[in-house]
Design a protein around this ligand. Structure first.
Ligand SMILES: [Fe+2]
Length: 219
């Protein structure tokens, strides 16, 4: 069996375990991004991931999805600063500040994906994210500054954004697995897990305190 075919077969059989591998690396405190950088270099020197699939409609669709996400993440980097400024409670301000930093990491991770694929970093306008961000801006305008009700609304707006990202990264990571792009899949899954963790944390702060405080707010 040719080396490339053998690797493809091994990748396919390992694909199902990609989630587990990524989770284990994190559990062991082994942030494999540095490792990825080194192996990415070696990979790039030899062969780009997906290089034999570049003309396929599925790969083109996948690439377009990555460009969509690069656009979305860059918009979110700016929007999260505005959302942090608009939030009332320190808890939510901190959550938005943290996610702003995490979102910057998502941008650089996407850039690594483009590099792994030997593709130009390009953005494609994402109408969904623009609509969701318009909604977030509308919420800021329509709720009173300094109220916890504003935070309730901002959390829901942020979770709608998260769910768009979760759906997108989930789908793209699975496509990367299908097309035997292990390293790309791993990077996308790391971002997916961070988006999911943010979503869970937003639910926790809403249900743990912010919703109740808003309910007790004077009117
Ligand atoms: Fe993100």
């Amino acid at each position: 069996m040719a080396k490339q075919d053998k690797e493809a077969t091994e990748n396919k059989s390992n694909a199902k375990n990609t989630n587990g591998k990524a989770a284990n690396n994190r559990k062991n405190g082994n942030d494999s991004e540095d490792t990825n950088n080194t192996s990415m270099k070696n990979q790039n020197e030899e062969q780009y991931e997906g290089s034999d699939q570049k003309d396929s409609p599925l790969y083109k669709f996948f690439l377009s999805g990555l460009k969509d996400m690069l656009y979305a993440e860059n918009k979110l980097v700016d929007a999260l600063v505005e959302m942090e400024e608009a939030a009332t409670t320190e808890e939510l301000k901190d959550a938005f500040e943290d996610h702003h930093l995490v979102t910057k990491k998502h941008v650089s991770r996407l850039k690594k994906v483009f590099a792994l694929l030997n593709e130009k970093e390009e953005e494609k306008e994402c109408k969904a994210i623009l609509g969701l961000l318009d909604e977030a801006k509308e919420i800021i305008k329509s709720t009173e500054e300094g109220t916890v009700t504003r935070d309730v609304a901002l959390i829901i707006a942020a979770q709608k954004l998260e769910h768009y990202e979760i759906a997108s990264y989930g789908g793209l990571a699975q496509l990367a697995i299908t097309m035997d792009m292990d390293k790309v899949a791993d990077l996308l899954e790391r971002t997916l897990e961070e988006e999911e963790a943010t979503d869970v944390y937003l639910t926790e702060i809403a249900e743990g305190s912010i919703n109740m405080e808003a309910d007790e707010e004077d009117y």
